[in-house]
Ligand binder design. Structure first.
Ligand SMILES: Cc1ncc(COP(=O)(O)O)c(C=O)c1O
Length: 386
């Protein structure tokens, strides 16, 4: 047996260059948002992904809220989204009085089942809100067909998929009207709390600057066009501090290292799980080269086996695995809205059987940790599946 270690579920990546960047940002005296480090980060993202307008915001939750405002959501509107997602996907639209219409998922990706969207559309539907679970892109081409046919905009909750690409090597969601990313501590690229909103719909860009800046035209002051800014619209405080943007900048510069280290972990899981392929399902690996290695999951045949796997792995090896999302429709708030667990049978069933394995950059850089993890996971799977 390899030397025992403790493997947490996640650890944020620490870039050494961030010490210097953070101090520089702090000493600059420009600590609020939309200054030099924000601009540098945005530039790095634009160079790499050739994206249109991008806003750095305090979280993916904030990006989703801004997106909901840009889509003009109001009380009584309906939004179609998966139930298998984080609470922020739904709270962001309910904040503006919209009603969530939960859609079941495709078992091969855990993303929204595109074949079930059309029957949910009514004349109140104002937004389609899919997510990219585990970093695996939703089927945006098919979602866009529906969006074009019914003239309903698409906001993709890409909290987990920064760096995942489409078949043209552009961002996987680049055809969506709006894309929301997360740079939370648990994500591949992180700055503690942070996020980004990409606005592809050109008609919304001007307003996005105002919503982000508490309903003011402060951008005109930053650009030297005005000496004083004014209150002109709705808005909130949707700015990432430049100190956090300096950390983000260091991480964006290291994106290649982060991705390739995480790829070592998914490669290891792929090799281990191949031996058990008749007994468990795993994350869809058909798009491996386009995927950002954010997460790796296993789906067991039963709830009991999944739970036994998690507890044995923790108890015998101090390796932390995680169950993933609790479906929203069967959460206390979903039940209050009138949903029943059986309304979305695929979501309910898979959520009971899925487990996410540890993955973080340092793990993929350490042969000792990888060797120990291999031993721990193989041994536990052999016990659980015997
Ligand atoms: C799908 C999804 N959306 C939104 C969020 C919230 O992200 P943030 O913490 O950056 O607001 C998460 C968090 O993990 C998520 O998984």
């Amino acid at each position: 047996m390899p030397k025992p270690l403790t493997i947490p579920f996640n650890k944020p990546y620490i870039s050494t260059k961030c010490n210097d960047y953070m101090l520089k940002a702090y000493r600059s005296g420009k600590h609020c948002g939309n200054y030099d480090w924000t601009n540098k980060s945005i530039q790095l993202i634009k160079e790499k992904y050739n994206t249109s307008e991008i806003f750095l915001v305090p979280s993916c939750t904030a990006a989703l809220e801004m997106g909901a405002m840009l889509a003009g959501l109001k009380p009584g509107d309906e939004v179609i989204l998966p139930s298998y997602t984080f609470s922020s996907t739904v709270t962001s639209i309910m904040l503006f009085g919209a009603r969530p219409i939960f859609c079941d998922i495709n078992p091969s990706t855990m993303n929204i089942d595109v074949n079930q969207i059309k029957p949910l559309i009514t004349n109140k539907t104002k937004l389609l809100l899919p997510i990219d679970y585990a970093g695996v892109p939703c089927e945006l081409d098919k979602i866009k067909e529906i969006s074009n046919k019914y003239s309903i905009p698409v906001l993709v909750d890409s909290a987990q998929s920064f760096g995942s690409l489409d078949s043209n090597s552009k961002w996987c969601s680049s055809e969506a009207d709006l894309i929301a990313f997360s740079f939370h501590e648990t994500k591949n690229i992180s700055c503690g709390e942070g996020g980004a909103l990409v606005v592809n719909n050109k008609e919304w860009i001007e307003r996005a600057y105002i919503l982000q800046e508490k309903g003011t035209d402060r951008r005109n002051v930053l650009q030297g066009k005005l000496s004083k800014y004014h209150w002109v619209d709705y808005g909130s405080s949707y700015l990432l501090s430049d100190i956090l943007a300096s950390i983000l900048c260091g991480q964006l510069e290291d994106e290649k290292t982060i991705m390739s280290s995480r790829a070592n972990v998914t490669q290891l899981y792929s090799e281990i799980l191949r031996k058990f392929e008749n007994q468990v399902n795993v994350i869809d690996e058909s798009q491996k080269d386009k995927y950002n290695h954010h997460a790796y999951y296993i789906v067991f045949e039963s709830h009991q086996k999944r739970n036994y796997f998690i507890s044995l792995l923790q108890q015998d090896f101090k390796v932390s695995a995680y169950v993933g999302y609790s479906p929203l429709h069967s959460s206390p708030m979903g039940l209050k809205l009138g949903y029943k667990p059986s309304d979305l049978p695929v979501t309910q069933d898979l959520a009971n059987r899925i487990v996410r394995l540890p993955i973080y950059t340092e793990l993929g850089q350490s042969n000792n940790q990888l060797e120990y993890l291999k031993y721990a996971i193989e041994t536990t799977l052999l016990s659980v599946l015997k």
